[in-house]
Write a protein that binds this ligand. Structure first.
Ligand code: KG4
Ligand code: ZN
Length: 339
């Protein structure tokens, strides 16, 4: 069985084909970064208009790369939320039209479940149960995953998401959108101990996060160094990353303790960051536990994770009806179990 997955929740159009025997057989992506960069962030209307232009050519390309035709597909999966409503609708309409025309089911997929399951595309893949740390542009969550599709929220950010903190900090340092990868580049020559930024909510019980205060601390540092900002920029970037990494590590430790688990799965855009990956790997090595990530290109938005998650929902018989429904806000914990 082959399923086509379409991702269009924000600023990336991703299309992929997943085969339940052969695994991922193709994946293609168009990023809108260059288009939004001139505005310093995602412009939702432009995002929707661009997705409309990209979906069909990318579907054709994904089929070519997988050496198959549309007739070889058993279902079409699409990101139904959370995300930008207009952007979601373009992928949803494309998927619904394709599925209807081919007479095959359409499968709505939760974007964060896509991220969470992306490490399943790697070898070795994590076994259940595990704790998942989801760190993206819109969400920061710790989830207990006791079995496929069984998600229990252990904690989340009470304000900015980790990716949002990277993006806002990057802006304060004068870096272009998208901030996360740019900040990672800048931090490379920097001293992570140069600035003693706060490790927010580290001492609070529970697994919630807060990143807004850290952003303010960075703002104060940039104001203190208004005259020599260029000299200290990479130190600020490295110190900021160290503060985020340590905060994530302490909260993961707590989540693992609460759940009595020693297996961690890390996913979402921020998990592409080398220093964050390194800090979490060190933590799990010290604990004698296991850690799993997606390859870097599957940490940020992509079609492969939607095709994979779609295949799991499809196999569980959880297909959509004739309506095209998108959910700009959608709790991961509202999903049905997969088994
Ligand atoms: O998962 P994602 O692609 O989209 C959402 O679902 O939000 O995450 C995007 C976020 C952005 O905030 C971006 O700056 C951040 O992930 N990001 C990074 C890196 N690559 C992407 N943050 C830190 N270091 C990176 N290398
Ligand atoms: Zn995402």
């Amino acid at each position: 069985m082959r399923i086509l997955g379409i991702e269009s929740s924000c600023d990336e159009t991703g299309v992929a084909i997943y085969d339940d025997e052969q695994g991922l057989v193709s994946h293609v992506l168009h990023t809108q970064i260059a288009m939004h960069a001139q505005y310093g962030g995602v412009v939702p209307e432009l995002a929707s208009r661009d997705h409309i232009r990209r979906v069909v050519p990318l579907v054709t390309l994904a089929c070519e790369k997988a050496l198959c035709g549309l007739k070889d597909l058993s279902a079409v999966a699409y990101t139904a939320g959370p995300g930008l409503i207009g952007a979601l609708l373009t992928g949803a309409m494309g998927a619904a039209a394709l599925a209807h025309g081919l007479g095959i089911p359409c499968v709505p997929v939760h974007h964060m479940e896509g991220h969470l399951l992306a490490p399943m595309l790697e070898d070795p893949r994590p076994q259940f149960p595990f704790v998942a740390l989801l760190i993206s542009g819109g969400h920061t969550m710790l989830i207990k995953v006791s079995a496929p599709g069984r998600y229990e929220l252990l904690g989340q950010s009470v304000d900015d998401a980790a990716g949002e903190a990277f993006d806002k900090t990057a802006k304060l340092l004068g870096l272009p959108y998208p901030g996360g990868p740019q900040l990672e580049e800048l931090s490379k020559g920097g001293d992570p101990k140069a600035f003693d930024f706060p490790r927010p909510m580290i001492k609070n019980p529970g697994c919630d996060f807060s990143f807004a205060g850290l952003k303010t601390a960075v703002l104060n540092a940039t104001l203190d160094h208004e005259k020599d900002l260029d000299k200290v920029k990479s130190d600020i970037a490295a110190s900021f990353t160290a503060a985020v990494a340590e905060t994530l590590c302490r909260k993961c430790e707590r989540a693992l303790k609460i759940t009595s688990l020693n297996r961690l799965v890390v996913a979402g855009g921020v998990s592409a960051n080398t220093d964050i990956r390194g800090a979490l790997k060190d933590l799990m090595a010290k604990r004698g536990g296991e850690i799993f990530f997606a390859r870097r290109e599957f940490c940020t938005d992509n079609g492969a994770m939607i095709a994979y998650a779609g295949m799991q929902r499809f196999k569980a018989g959880q297909i959509g009806d004739d309506r095209v429904i998108v959910h700009p806000r959608w709790a991961l914990t509202a999903l049905k179990p997969l088994e």
